[in-house]
Ligand binder design. Structure first.
Ligand code: KIV
Length: 266
C-alpha cells in the first residue's frame, strides 16, 4: 500500500479485520526503514528515554526531546501515520496538554498524540479532540506511573481492575480518542475491549485479539540491553538486514503470526 495512512485507513483496517502494524522509531533513518518495510503507524514513543537516552525510566523525557525526535521521524517518512507520545508531566491540565500537543503537531509534525491514563485524562482528551488534536489513549501498564504501580507488572488480572480498564476505555473513546494502546493486560481482557470499542486497539503484551500490535524498535531488533520483555520477539535473529527484520515483523502482524501463544498473558 503506497497511499498515506490516515485514521480512516486504520478504521477501515479494523472494520475489515486487517491487523495494524505499529513500530516505534526515534530518528529519520529508522523511520525511513520502517516506511520501506511497510509499517502502518510509527510511534515516537517516550520509550526513547530508555532505549536512546539510557535513562532508567521514561520519566525524565521532556517535551523538547519529543519535539526533536518527532521532527526527525517526520523528515524520514511520509506514508505512515506518525503518533508522538506526550511525556510525563506534559498533560497535567487540559491547557498544558493543548500547548504541548500543539508543539508536537506544529513543530514535530505528528499526526496524533498519545497520552497515558484513564478516567483522570478524560477531560484532557475531550479538550484536545474538541480542538482538532487527534488522540491515542494508553491503558493497562502505564510506564509513566511506574513508581505508583511498583514495577512493570501485568495489569487487569483481577476483575475489579479489569472492569476499570474496560470502563476507562469506553470513557476515553466517548471523549474523542481515536485509537487506544493497551499495554500488558491479559489476552481475554484485551480481546473484549477490542471487540467493544469502535476505535482501533493496538496491543503490546496484550495478546492476539487486538486490532494491531506495537513493539519497541530496539526490543524487536534485539539491541535492548538487559532483560527484554517476554511479550516481544527478536526479529533480527532470523533476518539479514534491519529492514528485513522490520518487514518480517510487519508481515507477522499482518498475517497474525505475531504475537504467538508465548507472548500472551493470562
Ligand atoms: O513509549 C513507547 O514506546 C510506548 C509503547 C511501549 C506503546 O508507549
Amino acid at each position: 500500500m503506497n497511499s498515506k495512512t490516515t485514521i480512516s485507513t486504520l478504521d477501515r483496517m479494523k472494520a475489515e479485520g486487517r491487523k495494524i502494524a505499529v513500530l516505534t522509531a526515534y530518528d529519520a533513518g529508522f523511520a525511513r526503514l520502517a516506511e520501506a518495510a511497510g509499517v502502518d503507524v510509527v510511534l515516537v514513543g517516550d520509550s526513547l528515554g530508555m532505549v536512546v537516552q539510557g535513562q532508567e525510566s521514561t520519566l525524565p523525557v521532556t517535551v523538547e526531546d519529543m519535539v526533536y525526535h518527532t521532527a526527525m521521524v517526520k523528515r524520514g517518512c511520509s506514508r505512515p501515520l506518525i503518533v508522538a507520545d506526550m511525556p510525563f508531566m506534559s498533560h497535567g491540565t487540559p491547557r498544558q496538554a493543548l500547548d504541548n500537543a500543539g508543539r508536537l503537531m506544529k513543530e514535530g509534525g505528528a499526526h496524533m498524540v498519545k497520552l497515558e491514563g484513564g478516567h483522570a485524562q478524560v477531560e484532557t482528551v475531550k479538550h484536545l479532540t474538541d480542538r482538532a488534536v487527534p488522540v491515542c489513549a494508553h491503558l493497562g501498564l502505564l510506564p509513566q506511573s511506574i513508581h505508583q504501580l511498583g514495577g512493570y507488572k501485568v495489569q487487569g488480572r483481577d476483575s475489579r481492575s479489569a472492569e476499570r480498564i474496560l470502563s476507562d476505555a469506553h470513557e476515553l473513546q466517548d471523549a474523542g480518542a481515536q485509537m487506544l494502546v493497551l499495554e500488558c493486560v491479559p489476552e481475554l481482557l484485551a480481546r473484549e475491549i477490542s471487540l467493544a470499542l469502535d476505535i482501533p486497539v493496538i496491543g503490546i503484551g496484550a495478546g492476539r485479539g487486538c486490532d494491531g500490535q506495537v513493539l519497541v524498535l530496539h526490543d524487536m531488533l534485539g539491541i535492548t540491553p538487559g532483560k527484554v520483555p517476554s511479550f516481544s520477539r527478536n526479529f533480527m535473529a532470523e533476518a539479514d538486514s534491519i529492514e528485513g527484520a522490520i518487514r518480517a515483523y510487519v508481515e507477522a502482524v499482518h498475517d497474525e503470526r505475531f504475537p504467538a501463544e508465548e507472548h500472551c498473558f493470562r
